[in-house]
Design a binder for this molecule. Structure first.
Ligand code: PLP
Length: 358
């Protein structure tokens, strides 16, 4: 682990809220009105606090869903969702690029699991047909992300939702990197999907600048997770103070058109400046620059860091073998001059004009 020096091209604090005066102010106000720091126990024992309940009511309203449940992290939420909801005899089809926490959940669960080619709706449909033909009779669960964390590309959510509806499958959408950034008021990319067979996960440690995760969906799903989710039952409830911070963050992003405009201006500038270096076309705040070779990737990342740019190299197994990359994350913590300077330095390091290209 290394420190957090240099211009922030590495965090998921997309809107720049994590260290903002507005969020600090909300936490100071919450402390002043007596919100405790620790919960003191599991939600099912004395750990349940009115801040958790207020947050969940506000989150359900914000995301336009029947219910919400607050977890202490996205990792715990994914582990609980996939470890608890699919039953023996069911099938979980997951995009091959889903996050490690989804894999953790699938390992804990009892359903059969199969990887499907990235963003390939026809492959999802074919996998369901194959399974049914072979006698699969249970429920199908489709687990995807709306915006992939290492590639920055966006899932074909409308098509996946239509497939799920036709197959009476449940669509699980991890909105970790979309919440706060996309959709009206930052509700995420799944905001317009039919709600009946949809469960979404909104992490709070990325654009919301806090910590934890909100699972939203039908009330029956919340009840099931509360009663059967081991991460809910056997874990200390999240900090009520953090719940208060997330409540404030939801209000800030709901009114945060200016923050999103600022971010999208930066994304456009970064995409334009970095496309000639090999960043693939796209629209999101996550720009992958795939260099392929692990050693070269880490050497370029190290040279950038030494020059004051906090860019991190990502190697297998976090990404598939042979696709080591610089994950360039655009946030409101940098300005347009930082982006231009990064592009210039990268051009020097990778370009043919460099005397010692890496
Ligand atoms: C797609 C995705 N899901 C879940 C998580 C886990 O969330 P958390 O960091 O809140 O545990 C992450 C974190 O990196 C993520 O990228």
């Amino acid at each position: 682990m290394i420190g957090r020096d240099g211009a922030d091209f590495a965090s998921n604090d997309y809107l720049g809220l994590a260290d903002s005066a507005v969020l600090r102010g909300a936490v100071t106000a919450a402390l002043a009105r007596g919100v405790p720091i620790g919960s003191g126990g599991s939600r099912l024992l004395r750990g349940n606090h009115r801040e958790h309940e207020a947050l969940e009511a506000e989150a359900a309203a914000f995301f336009g869903r029947e219910s919400a449940l607050y977890f202490s992290s996205g990792y715990a939420a994914n582990a609980a969702l996939l470890g608890t909801l699919p039953q023996r005899g069911d099938l979980v089809l997951f995009d091959e690029l889903v996050h490690a926490s989804a894999h953790e959940g699938m390992k804990l669960g009892r359903a059969e699991t199969r990887a499907v080619a990235h963003n390939d709706v026809a492959a999802f449909a074919a996998a369901i047909a194959d399974w049914r033909r072979a006698g699969g009779a249970g429920r199908v669960w489709i687990a995807v992300e709306s915006l992939y964390s290492m590639d920055g590309d966006i899932a074909p959510l409308a098509e996946l939702a239509a497939l799920a509806q036709g197959e009476e499958a449940i669509l699980l959408v991890d909105e970790a990197h979309a919440t706060g950034v996309y959709g009206p008021q930052g509700q995420g990319l799944a905001h317009a999907l039919p709600p009946a067979n949809l469960i979404t996960l909104h992490t709070c440690g990325k654009a919301l600048g806090c910590e934890g995760a909100l699972v939203t969906g039908p009330a029956i799903v919340r009840d099931f997770l509360v009663n059967r989710g081991r991460a809910v039952i056997f874990s200390t409830a999240p900090s009520p103070l953090m719940a208060a911070a997330v409540r404030a963050a939801l209000r800030i992003v709901a009114e945060g058109e200016g923050l999103r405009t600022a971010l999208f201006d930066r994304i456009a500038a970064a995409r334009q400046a970095l496309a000639p270096l090999g960043v693939p076309p796209g629209e999101s705040q996550v720009l992958p620059l795939i260099l392929g070779d692990d050693v070269r990737t880490m050497a370029v990342a190290g040279a950038l860091q030494a020059g004051g740019f906090d860019v991190r190299g990502i190697r297998p197994p976090t990404v598939p073998a042979g696709t080591a990359r610089l994950r360039i994350s655009i946030t409101n913590n940098v300005d347009l001059a930082d982006i231009a300077a990064l592009a210039a330095r990268l051009t020097e390091l990778l370009g043919e004009r460099s005397s010692t290209p890496l």
